[in-house]
Design a protein around this ligand. Structure first.
Ligand SMILES: Cc1ncc(C[n+]2csc(CCOP(=O)(O)OP(=O)(O)O)c2C)c(N)n1
Length: 652
């Protein structure tokens, strides 16, 4: 398909696709119909994902693989698990959800990942990579223990996700027990976002280039097997040295040495070949790994031509050209990207670390200028963190740039490996706070809560370009403790200039006769100022401060709080244990009795939708916060006018 051939109507299904209501319908199709279906699915994906945004490239590369999986295995009786889950659109289409694509990732619409609420065919929905093999291990054990041995468990994992440590912990366990059937399908497109890195990638590359080896063995078996007396023994002898030959010619022994049967490599776009390999795997009594070679973005020229990331994840685009339709504005990521390069030029000890997301987190400019000082460690946030500790111990200052939600994984490493050892490591958490269309797993709402308990760690939340640059510099200047910078997704707002500074705490608005001290965290500054304006219109004075460094709570915040009737905190992180909780604790410790009202993200998993829609749903808009403050101040006044009797007798 070229860009020109993409029709404009989203909902239209092709001739074959409109007959597909569930996986069973796939099994009736002949070879030509399957080929037509694959083309129709690609056409449908381009038309719909270009309208909504989403993961286009990975799904274009997984079309034939998904069709083959659903023809060979009987989902949902058999369980098909998608690692990360961003490549499961085709699975959604063939399990009766093509109609949901108009609302893909929109509020109230279909999720961009598998979702148990949507379909019995969906099992895991976490979308943090490298977990599927562990789920599969557990499911296979459960089926065995419950006597459901006719049920197959299949885990589909990309070569990128296979770089994550959890995947290897799972393989270590899966391979150790041959009493259970479990099929691992490696969807190897040689890419994570960017080309997959590391020793594993080299190993897979070697396997890719030695396809002829398995064919040679097959040939040997056929030809020599037909030769009576000498044939079979010769083959046995040949096969006996197979491992030895392989270790020299094709080190695919790695998987087999671990105890996994290896099938492949298979052309992942040849449905018959994939079906053949999967059928072999299905019939095997123990764990099997099927290695499929695919191409990300296949069939859509703009994606095929895009060497940066093959349209891994896109916003709304013109399907003809692949160009974005909306101009994005200056992103927080690009402000970070520019400043970190400036710093790197001045400080040769500063190095960058990314967990397979160099472009998305903005370390690409740094890497272009200082390639030897930026390390892509694969999807390995834990390793990234402890490796950063090692770099710090060796005299460098690492800047670890990750999405906020993915640092969850490395909590113990931040705590024990970095903080306990007082290592100067700076974590830059992109996409912090409510992110939007990627849903529950991608909201970066936990960092400010779980990092509160890390002794010595300092956390800053910039509110605009100027504070972002300044705080990054302040953070990398700390060489004896971890520092964290967290900033949201999307375009950075206009600069919010402080009217005053009190011991490092920026005063953004000072109200005469202030009733309320509003402590605004990072990018909530614009909202907080609007809150103050709305309250002023109701006769309530609100002074707005931005502590910049929110952990530990600055003393100045406590002193200012003591001089007000009420303190309000506004943050886009989870309320439970967040900055509001920390300020409340600091006030209690200082015996400041000013009442506090904390606004933040409620303790539940948030759905997908636009960021503004989600913020409104959870009450984090200026209008909702201002209304609440007006009510709080009114109830404080009522309490002063009608104090509760202090000597009320206890009830029996
Ligand atoms: C723990 C974690 N870190 C980072 C990511 C971001 N991420 C999403 S998909 C992806 C690349 C996955 O590559 P691969 O598994 O090969 O799948 P492909 O897109 O190539 O099909 C990354 C890094 C993630 N989902 N989870």
């Amino acid at each position: 398909m070229t860009g020109r051939e993409v029709p404009s109507d989203v909902g239209r299904l092709g001739r074959v696709l409109e007959q597909i209501h569930g996986p069973r319908d796939l099994r009736r199709l002949d070879h030509d119909e399957l080929a037509a279906l694959a083309a129709e699915i690609r056409d449908f994906l381009v038309r719909s994902v270009s309208k909504t945004g989403g993961h286009l490239g990975p799904n274009l590369g997984a079309v034939e693989l998904t069709l083959a999986l659903h023809r060979v295995f009987d989902s949902p009786h058999d369980r098909i698990l998608w690692d990360t889950g961003h490549q499961a659109y085709v699975h959604k289409i063939v399990t009766g959800r093509a109609g949901g694509f108009e609302g893909l990732r929109q509020k109230g619409g279909m999720s961009g990942y598998p979702s148990q609420a949507e379909s019995d065919h969906d099992v895991i929905e976490n979308s943090h990579a490298s977990t599927a093999l562990s789920y599969a291990d557990g499911l296979a054990k459960a089926f065995q223990l419950r006597g459901q041995t006719d049920r197959h468990v299949v885990a589909v994992v990309g070569d990128g996700s296979l770089t994550g440590g959890m995947a290897w912990e799972a393989i270590n366990n899966i391979a150790a027990d041959h009493s259970r059937r479990l099929v691992i399908v490696v969807n190897d497109n040689e890419r994570s976002y960017a080309p997959t890195i590391g020793g594993l990638a080299h190993h897979l590359a070697t396997l890719r280039t030695t396809r002829g080896y398995e064919r040679f063995l097959e040939w040997g078996k056929r030809v020599l097997g037909r030769t009576p007396v000498v044939g079979q023994p010769v083959f046995e002898a040949l096969h006996g040295v197979k491992k030895g030959i392989k270790d020299i010619v094709a080190p695919q022994g790695m998987f087999e040495d671990l105890g996994l049967k290896y099938v492949g490599p298979v052309d992942g776009h040849d449905i018959e070949a994939v079906e053949h390999a999967l059928s072999r795997a299905k019939g095997y009594p123990g764990p099997v790994l099927v290695h499929c070679i695919t191409r990300k973005g296949l069939g859509y020229k703009p994606a095929e031509d895009d060497t940066a990331d093959n349209f891994h994840g896109i916003g709304v685009i013109d399907p003809e050209t692949g160009q974005p339709l909306a101009s994005a504005g200056t992103s927080w990521t690009s402000v970070f990207a520019d400043e970190v390069v400036e710093i790197a030029r001045e400080r040769p000890d500063v190095v960058g670390i990314t967990a397979a997301m160099q472009i998305p987190v903005g370390l690409d400019k740094f890497a272009a200028e200082f390639p030897e000082r930026v390390f892509d460690v694969g999807i390995a946030e834990q390793h990234a963190t402890t490796s950063a500790a090692g770099l710090a111990m060796g005299g460098m200052h690492p800047v670890v740039a990750v999405y906020a939600t993915f640092l969850n994984r490395a909590f113990d490493q931040v705590l024990m490996d970095v903080a306990l050892h007082r290592c100067g490591v700076t974590f830059c958490l992109d996409r912090a706070g409510v992110t939007g269309p990627d849903g529950a797993s991608h909201h970066g709402m936990w960092d400010m809560a779980f990092l509160q308990v890390v002794p010595g760690l300092r956390l800053a939340a910039p509110r605009d370009t100027v504070t972002m640059r300044a705080l990054l510099r302040e953070a990398v200047a700390v060489d004896d403790a971890p520092t964290v910078l967290r900033y949201p997704t999307g375009a950075v707002c206009a600069d919010v200039v402080a009217v005053d500074t009190v011991d490092g705490v920026d005063v953004l608005r000072r109200a005469e006769d202030a009733d309320v001290l509003l402590v605004s965290v990072g990018a909530m500054a614009e909202t907080s100022l609007e809150v103050a304006e709305r309250c002023a219109q109701q006769g309530i004075g609100v002074t707005v401060v931005d502590p910049r460094w929110v952990k530990p709570v600055p003393d100045a915040v406590v002193r200012l709080a003591a001089a007000h009737r009420c303190v309000v905190t506004v943050e886009d992180g989870v309320r439970a244990g967040g900055v509001g909780s920390a300020v409340a604790q600091a006030l209690r410790d200082a015996k400041v009795s000013t009442p506090l009202r904390d606004f933040g993200v409620p303790l539940r998993f948030l759905d997908h939708g636009k960021r503004a829609e989600v913020m409104s749903e959870i009450g984090l808009t200026a209008q909702q916060i201002a209304r609440d403050i007006v009510e709080t101040v009114a109830s404080l006044e009522a309490a002063v006018e009608n104090p509760a009797p202090s000597d009320a007798a206890p009830s029996d």
